[in-house]
Write a protein that binds this ligand. Structure first.
Ligand code: PEP
Ligand code: MG
Length: 606
C-alpha cells in the first residue's frame, strides 16, 4: 500500500525511481583469537594507510568537482585516520583481548554508533558520524570487501538512508542518483547543502523512511513540497509523472525566454531579481537564470564546511571570487549568521535551551570581535573585485547597529593604516528579521544604506513558531496578516528615509506573493536561483498600480485563510506565467498557470 511521508524539502524537483536503501553497516565481521599481535597491528596500519590514500584522492577529486569547501570534509576524515586515540583503542584492546583487529574495530565503531544515537548534542553526533564513516572504511579494507558506495550506482535510483555521511554525499554518482530521502538531517546539513548544489531533489527529516522502503520499491521524492511516497499507487505515479514532465517543460520554456533585459513590471518599474547563495559554486546557477546579482550570500556555510575557522585569506578568496563573477552586479555579503540551528563543531558553542533566541548571528559576532573583524577585513578587501555590499543579520535595535558600525569603522581605519585598498563606499544594510527591528525601522533606516527583510526569521519571531519544528510547521504562515503588516511598516520606514528595501527570505521566491510584495513597495527580491524564472514571469505580468490596490485590499483582511484564499485566487486568475511564455512565443506548458503544489491524498505519517 502507498505510504506518504512528510519531511523537509531541501532541494527542489521531483524524482521517481527505484529505492536504493543505503546502509553504512553492511559488513560481515568475523571474530577469532590471534597469537601474533604485532602482525595483526601491522594489518590494521596497512588498512589505515590505504584509507589515507583513498581520502587524499577523494579530497582532490571533490575539490575539482564541486569546490574546496566540500573537499574540506575529507581533511577532517584524514585527521581521524591519524587520530592517536583510534590507534590506541585498537592497540590496547588487542593487547588485552587478543582478537582479530576487524572484530575489535567493529566493536569500537558499534560503541560509537550507540553513543551517537543516545546523545542529543548535534555537534557530538556529527563528530561521531565522521568517526563511524572513517572506521567503516578501514574495516572494509581489512575485510577486503568494497563497501557499497554511492560513487557508482548500477542504475538510476533514489537513495534512501537514515543519514548520509558527508563523504557519501560528496562521492555520489550524480548521473544515477535521481533523488535523496533521509530520516535525519535538517536544511542546513551537509546532505541538504550538497543536494542543492548538485541539483538533486531531496527531502530530509523523514524520521522512518529507511524502515519503510525496500530495495527496488518505487519511490517518489517531491523536493518542492517535502513529501516522499513509497510504493505509490498507479494514480499517484501518473500524477507525479505528469507534474514532473510539466515542471521540466516549464523550466525549459522559461530558460528559453529572452530575459537579458532587467526584470521589470508591465508598467516599466525595474524589480531586480537576485540570487541567494550559500557557496561560491552556486553562482553558476544564478548566472544560468540571469540573476541580477547576489542579494544574500550566507557566509556561514564557509564556516560550516570547515574543520577549523576559515582564515581571513580563505574568506577573502571566496568573497572576491563571487564579487568578480557577478561584477558589475551587486553582491550582498551577509556577515556570519551562526548559532540557532547552524552550529559549528570547532567553535564549541554551548548547547542552549532556546538557541533561536540565543547567542546567534550578530550577537555572536559582537562578542567574538576576532572572528567578526577577520570576516569584515576579508569582505572589505574583496570589495575592490566587484560591487560588494554588507548586511548584518538579526539586528534588534539601534545600539546594536551602532556597535556594529563602530567595529566596521575600526576595521576600515586599520586597513587604511596598513595601506590595504578597499572600496570606501561599501553600502551597509540591516536585515529586518526581528519584530523589534520592525517597530524601530524608522530609526534604523536613518543609519543604514538599505534594508533586507529576512522573512524566514521574521515569520518565526513574529508568530513565535520555530521555523525548523515539524510539529508546528502548519503555523508557519507567510500569509499571516501580522507578517503583511510587518513588511508594510518596514517598507514605509525605508521609503521615508529614502533607502531601498528588499526581501531575501523564502517568501521572495514564492510566485503567489510576488504581486503583493511589489504592491507593498518592496524594491528587490532575492531568492534561491531555481525560483527566479517563475518570479520573473510574475513581475513581468504585474502592473504596479494594480499591485498597490491588491496590497491595500490584502492588508484589510484579518485572517490567514482570508489572505491565502484572496492571493491564491488572484494568482490563478492572473495566469502571469502562461502569458509570459505566450508573449515570448515560447511553447506554452501544459497548464495555464502553475497549479498549486501536488498534495498527498492520504494523511501523511509523521
Ligand atoms: C531569513 O531569515 O529570512 C534569512 C534570509 O536568513 P536565514 O534564512 O539565513 O536565517
Ligand atoms: Mg535569518
Amino acid at each position: 500500500m502507498e505510504i506518504a511521508l512528510k519531511g523537509i524539502g531541501v532541494s527542489p524537483g521531483i524524482a521517481i525511481g527505484p529505492a536504493l536503501p543505503f546502509r553504512v553497516h553492511s559488513l560481515d565481521v568475523p571474530k577469532y583469537p590471534v597469537r601474533d599481535r604485532s602482525a595483526e597491528l601491522e594489518r590494521f596500519n596497512r588498512a589505515r594507510d590505504e584509507v589515507r590514500q583513498d581520502l587524499q584522492r577523494l579530497h582532490q577529486q571533490t575539490a575539482s568537482k564541486i569546490g574546496d569547501e566540500h573537499a574540506d570534509i575529507f581533511k577532517s576524515h584524514l585527521m581521524i585516520v591519524d587520530d592517536i586515540k583510534l590507534r590506541e583503542d585498537v592497540e590496547s584492546r588487542l593487547e588485552t583481548e587478543s582478537y582479530n583487529v576487524e572484530y575489535l574495530l567493529d566493536d569500537i565503531i558499534t560503541q560509537h554508533t550507540k553513543m551517537m544515537e543516545s546523545v542529543d548534542d548535534s555537534r557530538f553526533r556529527e563528530r561521531a558520524m565522521d568517526f563511524v564513516d572513517v572506521g567503516t572504511s578501514i574495516l572494509s579494507k581489512l575485510l577486503n570487501t568494497d563497501l557499497r558506495s554511492l560513487e557508482h550506482l548500477e542504475r538510476p535510483s533514489i537513495v534512501i538512508a537514515h543519514d548520509l555521511a558527508p563523504s557519501d554525499t560528496a562521492k555520489m554518482d550524480v548521473e544515477h542518483a535521481l533523488g535523496l530521502a533521509t530520516d535525519a538531517s535538517g536544511p542546513t546539513s551537509h546532505t541538504a547543502i550538497l543536494a542543492r548544489a548538485l541539483e538533486i531533489p531531496a527531502v530530509v527529516g523523514l524520521k522512518h523512511v529507511g524502515a519503510h522502503a525496500l530495495p527496488g520499491d518505487t519511490v517518489i521524492v517531491d523536493g518542492n513540497e517535502g513529501y516522499v511516497y513509497i510504493r505509490p499507487n498507479a494514480e499517484t505515479v501518473a500524477r507525479f509523472r505528469e507534474e514532473k514532465r510539466r515542471l521540466e517543460e516549464e523550466s525549459r520554456a522559461l530558460l528559453l525566454v529572452e530575459h537579458d533585459r532587467p526584470s521589470a513590471t508591465l508598467d516599466g518599474h525595474p524589480v531586480p531579481l537576485l540570487a541567494n547563495i550559500e557557496l561560491p559554486l552556486e553562482i553558476s546557477h544564478g548566472v544560468k537564470v540571469k540573476a541580477q546579482g547576489v542579494g544574500l550570500y550566507r557566509t556561514e556555510y564557509l564556516f560550516l564546511n570547515h574543520t577549523s575557522l576559515p582564515t581571513e585569506e580563505e574568506q577573502f578568496r571566496a568573497y572576491a571570487q563571487v564579487a568578480e563573477a557577478m561584477r558589475p552586479a551587486p553582491v550582498v555579503i551577509r556577515t556570519l549568521d551562526l548559532g540557532g540551528d547552524k552550529l559549528v563543531a570547532h567553535l564549541r558553542l554551548d548547547e542552549e535551551t532556546n538557541p533561536q533566541l540565543g547567542w546567534r548571528a550578530i550577537r555572536f559576532c559582537l562578542e567574538r570581535p576576532d572572528i567578526f573583524k577577520a570576516q569584515l577585513r576579508a569582505i572589505f578587501r574583496a570589495s575592490v573585485h566587484g560591487n560588494v555590499q554588507i548586511m548584518f543579520p538579526l539586528i534588534s535595535g539601534l545600539d546594536e547597529l551602532r556597535q556594529v558600525k563602530n567595529v566596521v569603522k575600526e576595521v576600515c581605519e586599520d586597513l587604511v593604516r596598513r595601506g590595504v585598498s578597499f572600496d570606501k563606499n561599501v553600502k551597509l544594510g540591516s536585515m529586518i528579521e526581528v519584530p523589534s527591528a520592525v517597530s524601530l525601522a524608522d530609526v534604523l533606516a536613518k543609519e543604514c544604506d538599505f534594508f533586507s527583510i529576512g522573512t524566514n526569521d521574521l515569520i518565526q519571531y513574529s508568530l513565535a513558531v520555530d521555523r525548523g519544528n515539524e510539529k508546528i510547521a502548519h503555523m508557519y504562515q507567510p500569509g499571516h496578516p501580522a507578517v503583511l503588516r510587518m513588511i508594510q511598516l518596514t517598507v514605509r520606514a525605508a521609503k521615508a528615509a529614502r533607502i531601498p528595501c528588499g526581501i531575501c527570505g523564502e517568501m521572495a521566491g514564492m510566485p503567489m506573493f510576488t504581486e503583493l510584495l511589489l504592491g507593498l513597495g518592496v524594491d528587490s527580491l532575492s531568492m534561491s536561483a531555481v525560483a527566479i524564472p517563475l518570479v520573473r514571469a510574475e513581475v513581468s505580468g504585474t502592473r504596479l498600480t494594480e499591485a498597490k490596490r491588491l496590497a491595500r485590499r490584502a492588508l484589510k483582511l484579518s485572517t490567514v485563510s482570508e489572505v491565502t484564499a484572496f492571493l491564491s485566487k488572484r494568482y490563478k486568475e492572473r495566469r502571469a506565467l502562461a502569458r509570459y511564455l505566450g508573449q515570448s512565443g515560447t511553447a506554452r506548458p501544459a497548464g495555464n498557470h502553475r497549479p498549486s503544489p501536488v498534495k498527498p491524498r492520504k494523511t501523511p505519517r509523521k
